[in-house]
Design a protein around this ligand. Sequence first.
Ligand code: G6P
Length: 641
Amino acid sequence: MRMTDERSSVRVTAMCGIVGYVGGRPALSIVLDGLRRLEYRGYDSAGVAVVEDGTVLTQKKAGKLANLEKALAEAADPGIAAGPTGIGHTRWATHGGPTDRNAHPHVSQDGNVAVIHNGIIENFSRLRAELEATGVEFASDTDTECAAHLLAGEVRALRESGLADGPELLAEGMRRTVRRLEGAFTLLAIDVRVPDAVVAARRNSPLVVGRGNGENFLASDVSAFIEYTRDAIELGQDQVVLITPAGIEITGFDGSPQEGKEFHIDWDASAAEKGGYDYFMLKEIAEQPQAIADTLLGRLSDRGEIVLDEVRLTDQDLRDVDKIFIIACGTSYNAGMVAKYAIEHWVRLPCEVELASEFRYRDPILDRSTLVIVISQSGETMDTLMALRHAKEQKARVLAICNTNGSTIPRESDAVLYTHGGPEIAVASTKAFLTQLVACYLIGLHLAQVRGVMYADEVAAVVEKLQSTPDSLRGLLDSMEDVRALGRDLKTASTVLFIGRHVGYPVALEGALKLKELAYMHAEGFAAGELKHGPIALIDQGTPVVCVVPSPAGRGVMRDKVVSNIQEVRARGARTIVIAEEGDDDVAAFADHLIRVPATPTLLAPLMTTVPLQILACEIASARGHDVDQPRNLAKSVTVE
Ligand code: G6P
């Protein structure tokens, strides 16, 4: 199996922090303040660039922002400290080694232009080859650097055609540059001959403008400039924005005048790191549509093949596979349970899911034709790592799904698919789970295609459905007020049960796990059909039972069976909280509380049905007065067995 050349060496920066400033004060300290507030977005490297006295001065360093600050202090360059126009970047690499050389900003070969970037330029290798053919020498492995060279070239051409130096020249250069880019990006740039402007472009990556008095700001989110102004402008897609001390000008990529949406920020700097949310967990729940979109970005090659990140296996290796084990812990294990249904259905191979801590102690039968899929958000969970090593000792092939670039689990695996979920700060996993599901679906589709059990157009049809989930999810997240009210209402419950069938069963497990983790309540998830074999004895008058109903558009019989199970618990006094898709009207009669989710193909439904359960757990926990982000006794990354 190959990687397509578009991704083979690109250093992807899926989630980074970006700041730009222009005004009367020294830019550096304002940019560094902003980066400090954005550091939660990534801390693999950081860098700044300032225009001062006809030059672009930069400083950049691998590692946390503190490394950059130390380097700046050591250099003690009065120019960089004084310049009134600057940009800064904090990076979270999703694959590829984070180094000084790959840190942003990237400066064009002529030294005139500095650029920072968040996102992925998908046609990067083609552009790089074109630029190299004209004699440009690249100083990094990043996709971003080609934007710097392209912009410098466009600005040069505009100057040569007679356009006078000034902010407008930089804006037009940026518009011409972004028209050549494919993918997702926020780009910020400064130019040595335009000392009083920062230009930015946005497509599918975050960017907001801060409106100050005689000064203006750009950032990935408002927390970066909230100390200086609370007046902000939200940008639309495919817009270029030019900030100068005197004003803000927004245009489309074609140059047409456009407007942003002005808004006032009504929270203060202390809430800033959390983007205005009370908890990181709420913020991360809200980020899920974007996290899914980022995980899907660039995954389908021109030939309709699924693209993995790091591959040290051949297609033939994958064709030889006769059995799959999925191994993980906690939430990642629940994602693996969903994957089993999808993989067995699409790939038609036997697939077992196993808790990492149990796996090797039962002498699993593995050999060269076994594929072991390990799932880990952190990439450092010791139980999972030990299971991986055991699998490798038995000569099995190992494919990792991971959210953390450069961590141990992907390093020791034969192939990797990174979830581009961005850093997850809250201990209880939310966006990592949904992006793991997406990664599992992609791997299932990839295996099915390589093994010839699905056609490229069938794969593309599922990918298209996946691509529509971020929008559906945004709608769902906007309609969660009733779920929050229900959460507050349930704060005194002593036990909550969760039931589901098929992929709804792992969703029930995940819903119960979230509640245990956050609210310290007795919560259990069951296969709905299994309830009658024992656990139904737990049900008493008023016991809340969350029921995940399969889509009637899938196997109708499965949905009907769950409806029967709901009736069974209701007849014994349960208070039913029913999660069902829009249009399934018959279930309403059995629901004390009905939570609607958008209709989604059966196997993909967990991308919707899990979300109300995350919110429910979060709300119950905060109503009970718990620290939602750091629940007692837990750790984000468990590096002991
Ligand atoms: C810990 C965390 C869980 C997580 C599990 C697996 O127990 O508290 O939230 O699901 O580890 O972590 P991983 O990083 O391997 O996905």
